[in-house]
Structures are given as C-alpha cells and as structure tokens.
Design a protein around this ligand. Sequence first.
Ligand code: IMP
Ligand code: MG
Length: 176
Amino acid sequence: MTNFDKPPVLLTEAQICHRVKLLGREITHHAHEQEYKDLLVIGILEGAFIFMGDLVREINYPLSVDFVIVESYQGKMSSGGVLWGYRPQSDLEDRDVLLVEDIVETGRTLHDVCAYLRTFSPRSLEVCTLLHKRISSSILRPIRWVGFDIADKFVVGYGLDLDGQHRHLPYIGWVK
Ligand code: IMP
Ligand code: MG
C-alpha cells in the first residue's frame, strides 16, 4: 500500500462533527418555528455530499432530499461561470427548500442555483454552507447558516476536492 502526502489540517474531524451537530439543531429549531410544511434539502454535488449526509442526520424534522450538480472550478481557478450537470427532479412549488453547499467564495454558484430554484416558486429558500471564505463583499444574498468562516486558502477534504482528489479526507486541509 502506498502512502500519500496528506494536506495540513485546517479543521479537525472533531471540530467539524461538533459544528454540524449545532447546525442541525439550529435548522431543526427553525423548521419548527417556521412550521415548515414539506422540507426538501438539496445538496450541491459533488462537494457537499459528505456534509449533506452528516447534516441531514442531525435534522430532527421530516424531510426529503434531492441534488443539483454544478461545476464552477477547474483546478484552483474559478471557471467564471456555472456549468449545469443535474437539476433537481422534485416538485419545489410551495415547499420549504434548504440548499446545502460545501463552500461559498464569490457567491456566484449560490446565486445561479438560487435563481434557478426560485423559478419553481418554493415557499421558502434558505442556504446552509459548511465553509465561507470572507473575501468577497459581492455576496448577493445573506446565508442563514455558515459552519465556519475561513481565510482565503484553497481547502480540500470532507467532500471538497482539487481536481477530483482529497474528497475522502475526514478533515478539512489546505493546499499551497
Ligand atoms: P463561488 O461560486 O465563487 O462561491 O465558488 C463556490 C464553489 O467553488 C464551491 O461550490 C466549490 O465547489 C468551489 N470552491 C471554491 N473554493 C474552493 C476551495 O477552497 N476548495 C475546493 N473547492 C472550492
Ligand atoms: Mg461545490
């Protein structure tokens, strides 16, 4: 078996696990408070697949799941636009939708996905992102739930990749 160079740790497994539990609790509380009718949690693939799996298990409220696939990065460079792969198949009309993202940088991905989802007239649309790089003042809408604010570093692990690698790391690391 070969070993590989593991990226240095930015957020440990324990830190992530603790924060995800709190986010789940806050979302559960909000769902009760707002009397969510028909909660649909939509994950943005592929980056959010691990976070989404952990988060939904911490939400103590009836829900169903769906996904979108969008691509915005090539290597460490933003492609400048959002390329669509898969669009959700669920009926969104009059439903409470929670969009789950791995990381928000410029906010462009979120903006495009939210604009698309809104055309189906959900009852509400909120966003939960695990990570937020506070580098951009041009974020077009506030994000209700943020796991961690991080510095402007390229991060991998816990679902996030660099050219398809490192998604399976159980922690969040950073690459130079
Ligand atoms: P935005 O559209 O500029 O907000 O970029 C968000 C998207 O870019 C995320 O969905 C990620 O897929 C990707 N991304 C941005 N920063 C990173 C990073 O540091 N590591 C891995 N992916 C990133
Ligand atoms: Mg992503």
